[in-house]
Write a protein that binds this ligand. Structure first.
Ligand SMILES: *[C@@H]1O[C@H](CO)[C@@H](O)[C@H](O)[C@H]1NC(C)=O
Ligand SMILES: *[C@@H]1O[C@H](CO)[C@@H](O)[C@H](O)[C@H]1NC(C)=O
Length: 431
């Protein structure tokens, strides 16, 4: 009897400790690649603003990714179809085949779908608007003197094309707290905010080329991915055999229904272990790497075109003809290309399609999160005539890897960006 009790005790302890519960995990994995809520990764410009004695900010230039938006039509369709997996999980749980924790299952069953997520594809969500608004508000507080009063010629705000871009720009401007600011309409042809959209070579050779996505597809047959897929299937214990598309849809349900602002977890994420989430995150890292990062050489050139605007903007500001703030809203693709042009987050080796390196620098969960942003601040210092420096911020933290502590001397800044003025879009039209 005593032995039996001991055996039972060991078994039950094992059952409890070997069951991964999501709802009460102390530190849930919050990195969901390009669908990561901004709050999961951001710093706070008010705390991290670099104050240099004898210097004063005179101009800001920023590139912001749009905030959280609804899934696109195709992904939304798969997510909607995947909702019935909830019922499969319930059946499996009732038969004792599912190893999810009771509370995780209960939370999943109680979860209510908000159909607006599917009915309005690509629409900026309320959270997405608030993300952008928050950035504007914090910048206003961090640079009160500079942004206090903005006259018409003091600023330039422009989104790339798309209603969700325009709405993000509105959020940002609202955060700046000045009702009368005008936002420029998006450009309908060439724009430094999305030079790839009018680049024939990019559209054919990269975006529309299956080779671009081949590395991320290859990873779907890696042992890491197959182990994750198998683990998900076994934990759910459902009869329904999950395809890669189904797993992507479940991952999307997890990340689109997580709230960063309210710090609310999604019960859909309970279907995955942290390891699974890391594997799924890596698939997107590979896509970004080849579609808009170091994996394809012309991406760097496209990013350089955007950065010529930064150089010009600060040169104008130095000569007294500049703006106090220039801020653009654009796509993750553009953000990636700009980081690539600046040689940031660059790994020594290309990303492997068979094995994820845990300490890689290229992480879509940092570079391409909702509302991710790169901001440069031009400071005028009174030490000597014509003494300027440029501080770079990435998601509201000083960008240490660009120059010492994120602060570039004017010379360093100019040396980095001047070569880009040689880049033009001729390569886009060459066969
Ligand atoms: C699973 O994916 C397949 C295509 O791969 C699709 O036909 C099916 O509807 C999906 N099932 C669910 C429940 O999402
Ligand atoms: C539970 O598992 C058993 C044995 O593997 C299987 O026969 C049964 O179909 C499963 N039930 C459900 C609901 O998945």
């Amino acid at each position: 009897m005593k032995l039996l009790l001991t055996v039972l005790a060991i078994c039950s302890i094992q059952t409890v400790s070997s069951t991964f519960c999501f709802w009460n995990t102390g530190c849930p994995y919050k990195y969901f690649s390009n669908k990561t809520p901004y709050n999961s990764v951001r710093g706070d410009i008010r705390d991290s603003v670099v104050k240099l004695t004898g210097c004063e900010p005179v101009s800001i230039w920023g590139l912001i990714r749009h905030g959280q938006r609804n899934p696109g039509t195709e992904f939304g369709k798969h997510m909607k179809e995947a909702l019935v997996i909830k019922e499969h999980v319930e059946a499996s749980y009732n038969k004792g085949n599912c190893s999810l924790c009771a509370q995780d299952v209960e939370n999943l069953l109680n979860w209510q779908v908000n159909m607006e997520m599917f009915d309005k594809p690509f629409q900026l969500t309320k959270e997405g608007y608030q993300e952008s608004e928050g950035i504007g508000r914090r910048f206003k507080q961090a640079f009160p003197k500079l942004l206090e009063k903005l006259d018409q010629h003091d600023y330039l705000f422009r989104p790339a094309q798309g209603a969700w871009m325009a709405d993000s720009a509105k959020g940002f401007v609202k955060g700046l707290g000045n009702k009368d600011l005008t936002i420029q309409p998006p450009k309908t042809n060439f724009d430094i905010l999305s030079p790839y959209d009018t680049c024939k070579k990019y559209i054919t050779d990269v975006k529309g080329n299956p080779e671009t996505y081949a590395p991320s597809v290859r990873y779907l047959s890696s042992s890491e991915y197959l182990a994750s897929k198998d683990r998900i299937q076994r934990r759910l214990g459902i009869n329904y055999i999950l395809t890669d598309t189904n797993i992507t849809a479940l991952y999307d349900l997890c990340r689109y229904t997580t709230s960063g602002l309210e710090n609310k977890l999604s019960p859909w994420c309970a279907l995955f272990t942290t390891q699974d989430l890391k594997v799924l995150e890596y698939i997107a890292d590979l896509r970004h790497y080849y579609k808009s990062g170091y994996g394809t050489p012309i991406n760097e050139l496209l990013g350089q075109i955007t950065l010529t605007d930064l150089l010009k903007s600060f040169k104008d500001a130095k000569s007294g003809k500049g703006k106090k703030i220039t801020s653009y809203v654009t796509h993750a693709t553009m953000m990636d290309m700009v980081y690539t042009a600046l040689q940031l987050f660059k790994d020594d080796e290309p990303l492997s399609t068979s094995q994820r390196k845990a300490d890689r620098k290229w992480r879509s969960s940092k570079l391409a999160v909702f509302s991710s942003n790169l901001m440069a601040v031009l400071n005028k210092c009174d030490k000597a005539v014509d003494d300027y420096n440029v501080v770079f911020y990435f998601n509201e933290e000083p960008l240490q890897s660009i120059c010492r502590e994120g602060v570039c001397t004017w010379q360093e800044f100019e040396d980095k960006l001047s070569p880009f003025t040689e880049t033009n879009t001729e390569f886009c039209h060459n066969e």
